[in-house]
Structure formats: structure tokens, C-alpha cells
Design a protein. Structure first.
Length: 720
């Protein structure tokens, strides 16, 4: 999902980028650590082996830790203090003579409280820079719990002393003496600990491990089996797994962190039945991208988008739903990203909310999808494998990715990478003057493909799928455009019946309004929002809705709270949430609200036991969205927190229905749309028989190719 939000800040503010020197020179830490969870205390001895002999050495350490040198002749000089996620002190160690060895002893309390990191007015997560407590231990670079340097990667051997019943987890593998060892270059050292029940399963790739706070052998076995399968899949697809184990570790707060050779997931997340097939492969794949090949943050974080493409997107693609996933990514961009808030991919560092996620994850995954369409699956996979092999445990950016794909394809990809990584915005397409001319030997389709977005045109390869008479499947062509208006000519032997432009959502682009049903995400992504409360609701329900509005208003700007009795009409210049079915403006949803029930998809849900959220276009301004939240009146206050936590996760849907106090999802869906504005019927005189548009084969299909098929596959297509 994401790494510790504090870590990105630390890397950018305090650290210089890892240099080419750092790719080969490593600092080795031999750590002996005693943890006292009850007191929040840490005591450590760290024997450092430096890359070369030196007369002095600078390092950073948490200012709460008192440090001394193991050798009395070494002088430690405090230099400065820096406030980041914690207060950090910079030291200089001055040696009596040049050496490559340094022993440091330090101790102190580390306890940064969990803080809510807002992600828009209705979303957020908790994070800590580092914590030692009776609930558990979480230490990483963001807490500066060990002596850190400006630009050298690390390797380590880590032994821990913990209370009875506690165990630790870190990168690498734990030997028979209980020492965690990792000799490959790392960008930080993690120490996680808790009262764990440990489960293991040997595998052909690496050992699978599970650490749970409560014993649950059945749950552990599901994760162990999935770990083996995903490790095998990605090793075959990309190259050798770079670690000796992969562990699922239960965190003591809700999180979704991917560390080298393990993932730290929250208690509720772990037990969601769909996580194994959705988020879990994402965390495993990060060991290739981000924790295998390191990210050059100065040039943009490519890792999250590539991991999302080859994990979350791939799982949907294998089920035949890749186009739906890409459409949802484009929808999130439309819902959450305004022109003023957009940024180029080279400026993406990490997930700080819906906007950064829509761009950094969504746009990047679409870049890799477009690259795959450009090169073909076989060359695309070969490029990934080459990039991984050449840059394992090294820092790499978009430039190195481009070079790897140019090397295997022989194509110049400078225009493609520069426009998608250095520019903001997205193209918007329209088609005009479409005409079919019958000729002696077939049919000629002519027209103009336009880019109608603000800003300069993009270079695009627009896929066009045409249904022709007496043909069992669509004929695919490409129209290459780089101007504002491009006239095209496409010839077909048989009569064309229907033409669809980018129907599989293969391009990163602005969706046409005809492709965008109203959604809850449009409300959560709106820059200005009004909450309209129901004055005629019962006293208890008024209190519930008022608390909901006020809580969300604390998390965002430009949010207004109104009572329905104080206004004659809805605000037109912003998105509007109507709270309560009793709301005097709820008649805008009269098609779904029928007396005391919610009617959706030929089902009826009683308002007394079901909660719902609905969306539609604002009746007085189609550019805005109107939403309705109806919370059932049985134990409504108890259900409020669950609703506010869950609802933002259903942003891609037009409507959602929950049952009971626990808000168990019963229904979710999208309003049906009429034909897309990029979908054209070319024969008005006779009905067109339906024809299914087949999805792309999943990228994993290359694993079943013969050598001859792999070498023969290319991107040649009949296009004009």
C-alpha cells in the first residue's frame, strides 16, 4: 500500500540522494538492542564498519537518545539539531587516527504518538515516526533509532533482547541464534516487535512467515499459501526474489506498510477476506520495486505506480476486468485532481492523499500500460527483467527505466517519457466529421480526431476498434496523433458498422462526461462542499448528522454547514451532501427514496435498518455532484464512526447500501450510462448485432509463450 509517511519527508529534507558511490559502498551495523516496552526504552550497542578508513565521521541520531563512544579516545561532537518527524541531532565522531570501525552505545525513550494524517476531509490514516510501547514496537529510519548517515546504504546483523513472550521482526532472515541478518544494501533498518504467534512454510523461492497477535492457524495458512504463489509468480515474471523470506506481520494499529522482506498490516486489514487477492500481492511485489530496486525520489517515485500495475491491476486483468480497473483509475483522476492541484510524475514522492494517489499511482500505472501497448507484452516483460537485473539494490529513476526499455526495443521513447513525467494534465478526445465512403474494393472511414483539453497537445497512439459486417470480432487500428486536430483515413474490406475510440481505456486521458456516472468520489474530491442538515429529523438523528458534518468540516477547507430550513435552494457553486432522508431537499432522490425504503436495482432496503449513500448530478449545475447520506436510526450514533471510516473507500461507486450497526455492505454500483461520446454507430439503416469487445490478455500470458512466440511477438498493427 504505502511506506511510512514520515519516511518520505526524512529522505527529502535530511538526506542527500544516494550517489553512484553509495551503490557500491555500504555501512555495516552490528546491533545489540534491549527493548523495555513498559517504559518505552531502548538500549543499544552498535558496532559500525565504515566503507573506508577516515579521520572523522558524521551521523544522525534521535535527540532523545544519549550516546557515547565505545572507545574513550573517540570524541563525539554535537553539531546541530534538526526537527523532522522527531528531533534529530547531528554528531561528528573524531578518531585519534584514521579507522573504519566505530562503536556507539546509546539509550533513551522513543515514543511518538500515533497521529492522524488527513487525506481530504473524509479520509485519513494513522502513522507514527516510531514507538516503543506495551502495544508493540515500530522503529524505522523515521525515528532515527540507529546512527544514520547522509548517503550510504546499510547492511546489518541485529540481535534483540525482549520481555518473555515477545519476538522481533526485521529484514533478512533470523539465524539459529536469533540474529536478524541482511547483507544486501538497504536504505534503512526496521525493528518491529510484539507478542506474536509465528507460522512458517518452506517454499521453492523463500520461506513464508506469518506473525499474528492472536493464534489463528487457518488464517496463517491462507497467507502462507498465498505468499508461496505470489513469490513464484513474480520471480518467473521479473527475476529472482532478492530476499530469504517474506513475512506477513500484524501491526498494533491499522496500517499497510511494505518493508524489505515483510509487510506490516493492521489487524482489521489482515482479516478482510479480499486482501489476499488485492493488497497482499502489492506488498510482496514491492520487494522487486522499491525494496529491490530503490527509488530515485529526486526524479519521481515510479515504484508505487509500477507495483500497482503489476499487482492490483494484474489481479483484475487476470479476471478479465483490466479495462474496468483502468477506467476507475481515470475516474479517480477526474474526481480528485483539479488543474490547480495537478503535478508532474517527477514531483511525486509518496501517498499523501487522494490527489497524490490519483496522480502518483494512477497516472504512473497508465504510463506503464501505454508503454506495454507500445512495445508488446514480450518486449515489455524483457524490459522489466533487464531493468531489475541491472539496478537491483541500486537507486534508479524514470531515466533508467526508459533506457532499459529503449535497449530491448530499439525505440526512442524520449517523447513518451518526457510528456508523461514532466507535464501536468491529460488529453481529452473528441471525434468529428465521421464519414463512411463506399469504394470499389471496400469502405473508407474519414474523420477528425481532436484533442480538446487546455494546454498543448500530447503525442498519442489512439486505439480504434471497429465492428465490420460479417466479421466475428472487432478490427483494431491505431491513429497516431500529436496535433490539436488530426484527420484520419481508415480502410476496411467489409462495411464498418460501429467504431469505438479507446473503449478499453488504454490511454491516460480525461474521461468524457458520457463515460463518467456520478460517484461518491466526486463529492469527496470536491474543492468546495456544503453539508445540508435535516431540521425535521429527530433530536438524536440531528445530533448524529451534525457530528458527522462537523467532523468532516474539521478535516478540510471550504466546507459549509447549513440547515435545510435556512435555505430556499441548494448552493450551485459546490458539491452538496444532503444528510438524512428527512431532508427537505431529499426529493431530488425521489426515484430511490420510496416512503420508508431505499429502492435500488429492483431491491428495497428499509430505512430503519439500512444506511445508504447516493449520488447524482447537481440539478442546477451538471458540473457539480449532489449526494445523500441516510443513516439508519437504530443505534445510529454507534454506526456513525464506521460509516465515516468506510464510505470514502467506496468513492468509485454511484451508490452503496450498508446493513445494521456494523455497516455490512449489501449493495454497491454505478448508474448506467448511455453510449459513450467516443462510440459511433456507422450504419443507421439496420440494427447492429451485439459484439463483445474482448479484454487484453493478462501480462502473465507471456510466461506460457514458447521461445519462438516470445521472440515473434511485436507491436505491429494495421494502422493508418
Amino acid at each position: 500500500m504505502h511506506r511510512n509517511v514520515f519516511l518520505i519527508f526524512v529522505i527529502l529534507v535530511l538526506f542527500l540522494p544516494l550517489s553512484s558511490q553509495a551503490e557500491t559502498k555500504i555501512i555495516h551495523h552490528e546491533l545489540q538492542v534491549t527493548i523495555d516496552p513498559a517504559e518505552g526504552m531502548l538500549a543499544a550497542r552498535d558496532r559500525l564498519t565504515l566503507p573506508s578508513k577516515t579521520a572523522e565521521f558524521e551521523f544522525l541520531l534521535n535527540a532523545n537518545l544519549e550516546v557515547t563512544a565505545g572507545d574513550g579516545e573517540v570524541r563525539l561532537e554535537p553539531l546541530s539539531e534538526i526537527r523532522s518527524s522527531v528531533l534529530v541531532r547531528r554528531y561528528r565522531a573524531v578518531f585519534p587516527q584514521p579507522t573504519s570501525r566505530l562503536e556507539l552505545n546509546y539509550r533513551g525513550r522513543i515514543h511518538s504518538e500515533l497521529k492522524s494524517v488527513r487525506q481530504g476531509y473524509a479520509g485519513g490514516r494513522q502513522a507514527t515516526a516510531g514507538q516503543i510501547s506495551e502495544k508493540g514496537v515500530f522503529l524505522g529510519l523515521s525515528s532515527f533509532w540507529y546512527p544514520a548517515t547522509d548517503y550510504y546504504p546499510v547492511s546489518f546483523a541485529l540481535s534483540t533482547r525482549l520481555p518473555d513472550g515477545w519476538s522481533s521482526v526485521s529484514q533478512g532472515l533470523q539465524n539459529e541464534q536469533g540474529v536478524w541478518q541482511e547483507h544486501s544494501p538497504q536504505d534503512e533498518i526496521y525493528l518491529v516487535a510484539g507478542r506474536y504467534h509465528r507460522y512458517t512454510l518452506e517454499g521453492p523461492v523463500a520461506e513464508a512467515q506469518v506473525y499474528l497477535s492472536e493464534a489463528d492457524a487457518a488464517l496463517a495458512q491462507r497467507y502462507l499459501k498465498a505468499t508461496r504463489e505470489y513469490l513464484d509468480l513474480y520471480q518467473r515474471l521479473l527475476g529472482p526474489y532478492p530476499y530469504k523470506k517474506f513475512a506477513l506481520v500484524e501491526n498494533f494499529w491499522e496500517s499497510g506498510y511494505g518493508m524489505p522482506s515483510f509487510t506490516l498490516l493492521g489487524p482489521r486489514v489482515i482479516r478482510l477476506p479480499f486482501i489476499i487477492a488485492t493488497s497482499y500481492p502489492h506488498e510482496i511485489l514491492h520487494n522487486w520495486w522499491g525494496n529491490g530496486v530503490f527509488v530515485d525520489y529526486d526524479s519521481g517515485n515510479w515504484s508505487e505506480g509500477l507495483t500497482t500495475y503489476l499487482a492490483d491491476h494484474l489481479m483484475k486483468e487476470q479476471a478479465g476486468n483490466g479495462a474496468d480497473y483502468r477506467r476507475d483509475s481515470l475516474r479517480r483522476y477526474a474526481d480528485y485532481v483539479s488543474t490547480a492541484e495537478d503535478f508532474p510524475l517527477k514531483a511525486f514522492r509518496g501517498n499523501h492523499g487522494q490527489i497524490s494517489q490519483a496522480v502518483g499511482y494512477g497516472k504512473t500505472l497508465m504510463l506503464f500500460h501505454m508503454l506495454r501497448q507500445r512495445l508488446g507484452d514480450a518486449i515489455f516483460v524483457e524490459g522489466l527483467q533487464g531493468f531489475y537485473q541491472d539496478h537491483l539494490f541500486k537507486v534508479a529513476g524514470f531515466h533508467e527505466i526508459r533506457s532499459s526499455f529503449e535497449a530491448v526495443s530499439g525505440k526512442d521513447l524520449e517523447v513518451m517519457f518526457s510528456q508523461w513525467t514532466e507535464r501536468t494534465g491529460a488529453p481529452a478526445l473528441s471525434v468529428d466529421d465521421l464519414k463512411v465512403t463506399e469504394q470499389d474494393d471496400g469502405f473508407l472511414v474519414t474523420g477528425t480526431l481532436r484533442q480538446v483539453q487546455q494546454g498543448e497537445p500530447f503525442y498519442l497512439r489512439v486505439p480504434v476498434f471497429t465492428q465490420v459486417e460479417d466479421h466475428p470480432r472487432y478490427v483494431k487500428r491505431l491513429i497516431v496523433i500529436s496535433e490539436r486536430d488530426t484527420n484520419f483515413r481508415l480502410f476496411y474490406r467489409k462495411r464498418p458498422l460501429r467504431m469505438r475510440f479507446d473503449p478499453l481505456f488504454d490511454l491516460f486521458r480525461q474521461l468524457h462526461p458520457s463515460e463518467l456516472p456520478s460517484s461518491l468520489g466526486q463529492l469527496f474530491g470536491a474543492g468546495r462542499v456544503a453539508f445540508v442538515l435535516p431540521a425535521d429529523a429527530s433530536r438524536s438523528m440531528r445530533k448524529v448528522y451534525e457530528e458527522m458534518a462537523e467532523t468532516w468540516a474539521e478535516g478540510g477547507e471550504n466546507i459549509e454547514i447549513l440547515w435545510d430550513t435556512d435555505i430556499d435552494k441548494l448552493p450551485e457553486d459546490r458539491a452538496v451532501w444532503l444528510l438524512g432522508s428527512e431532508n427537505s431537499f431529499a426529493s431530488h432522490f425521489q426515484a430511490q427514496l420510496k416512503e420508508d425504503v431505499i429502492a435500488l436495482e429492483e431491491q428495497q432496503f428499509g430505512l430503519g435498518n439500512y444506511s445508504a449513500a447516493l449520488s447524482r448530478r447537481h440539478p442546477d449545475n451538471q458540473a457539480q455532484t449532489l449526494g445523500l447520506i441516510s443513516l439508519h436510526d437504530r443505534d445510529a450514533l454507534d454506526a456513525l464512526d464506521a460509516l465515516m471510516r468506510k464510505l470514502p473507500h467506496y468513492g468509485k461507486y454511484s451508490y452503496v447500501v450498508f446493513e445494521g450497526e456494523g455497516l455490512i455492505n449489501q449493495l454497491k454500483g454505478h448508474w448506467k450510462l448511455s453510449d459513450s461520446a467516443l462510440d459511433f454507430k456507422l450504419n443507421d439503416t439496420s440494427p447492429i448485432p451485439p459484439l463483445t469487445l474482448p479484454p487484453h490478455a493478462p501480462i502473465t500470458a507471456v510466461l506460457d509463450m514458447t521461445d519462438e512466440e516470445f521472440e515473434a511477438e511485436d507491436d505491429s498493427e494495421d494502422c493508418e
